[in-house]
Design a protein around this ligand. Sequence first.
Ligand code: HEM
Length: 529
Amino acid sequence: IRCQSTNTKEPKTNNNILDNASNLFTNLLSGGSLGSMPTAEGAVSDLFGKPLFLSLYDWFIEHGGVYKLAFGPKAFVVISDPIVARHVLRENAFSYDKGVLAEILEPIMGKGLIPADLDTWKLRRRAITPAFHALYLEAMVKVFSDCSEKMISKSEKLLRDSGGDTIELDLEAEFSSLALDIIGLSVFNYDFGSVTKESPVIKAVYGTLFEAEHRSTFYFPYWNFPPARWIVPRQRKFQSDLKIINECLDGLIQNAKETRQETDVEKLQQRDYSNLKDASLLRFLVDMRGVDIDDRQLRDDLMTMLIAGHETTAAVLTWAVYLLAQSPAKIRKAQSEIDAVLGENAPTYESLKKLEYIRLTVVESLRLYPQPPLLIRRTLKPETLPGGYKGEKEGHKVPKGTDIFISVYNLHRSPYFWDNPQEFEPERFLRTKESNGIEGWAGFDPSRSPGALYPNEIIADFAFLPFGGGPRKCIGDQFALMESTVALAMLLQKFDVELRGPPESVELVSGATIHAKNGMWCKLKRRSK
Ligand code: HEM
């Protein structure tokens, strides 16, 4: 939901069409059927004053970790309690599906992992998980650094051409191109080359992402009426964008099938990625499963990873820069680590392990700006939620078909689980259980996940959910974290970064992810060492 706010602590937010929806919802407002659950009341107008996830935070502080938002016969349950979130995502995961999210994404992703029905999901998750093997990730670090190098070289050239020592760049746009190039090469060995050029396929990918976002923020699913596909110009464009991407993906799938070679299959079986010309996920899926694998399913898998892995990573990098740029001392700390670990070299899989501050910066950015800020579920049968973290014995009963938002944003900024929750402090993840400063919450304990390169949902027992949790947890989490670490390290290795204007002038909009309405304009200055 896109809206306006003058809150000075957060970037500004932007208002639009949903004002009109206010009346529609107000007419529907009554009660919902969730018994004694606390209700966010009289708040429909607030819904349209700022992004939904920000309103959900205010109501969380007022109503607690489980409350309902009621619209006539329909009610949404909002969960900001880690014990209840853990139940929905992990302990009872298969009593829920993706509800409205699956309805929105199905036309784009088909039976890809995110919207897939349970039976398809089980099959595909089993087939795709081995493709993200640690040795594949290790091989991909080179792709991350090669693509980041192109972005850096482009910026250096702009600097040289400008004749000065500072340039202004929209880093959100740059990161978006970078993430697209990386996902193209690593998932289907296709070079979008979007850091340096434009193409019909790139335009179609952005058009499709734009439409997915429109659908996730629009109050009435008019696109489900078949005539809308031809009458509404943006829907016609969406159909034509989908056709362009489908043709591109179909061509890549055909090519992967036709060029399948037994020698490559052997190398893949031995995870010998260093000797493979094409180490992409597509190659893995075709080679390991044989050419009889269903083209349609493969297309859906690739499309899902393209959409799921592109904008999310770009958003993490964008907000990491936004946060860092407000703290020169933290930039300096990051740069001394980079200088000590990398010198002038590009990151490798081994050196990533030593870039601790950069890794924690990425993770802390995800805490403050989770992508997406809300997880969506719908109950497949009547459910009883557990009591919350305060140890309540009884939870709430929810009927079949209830729509649920798990507010990752609320969990990540909860005053009950985090010390200085609104502050950007990458160091917080180094604190021990005893020194985390929160009374009454024993959930935070880094020692729970020994050896993990990045803090995860286990260390804070579901009060931290940057990639969800349970069986539907993000399949690309380590991929995305390493990619972000490499890109951020390479940017700061060469440049000092400042925001072009005051932080409050950055307008925040949220669709599937949180992003800056007019881009994240920054000043990039060549580092003087
Ligand atoms: C699922 C976040 C990058 C592929 C998810 C979920 C989250 C998430 C929160 C769980 C959604 C839910 O439970 O409803 C992120 C973030 C990323 C990122 C923050 C970047 C920083 C990637 C990448 C890929 C990817 C790079 C693939 C290359 C997927 C897929 C799923 C998923 C396929 C669905 C998993 C399933 O249902 O089995 N992601 N993701 N993501 N993500 Fe990511």
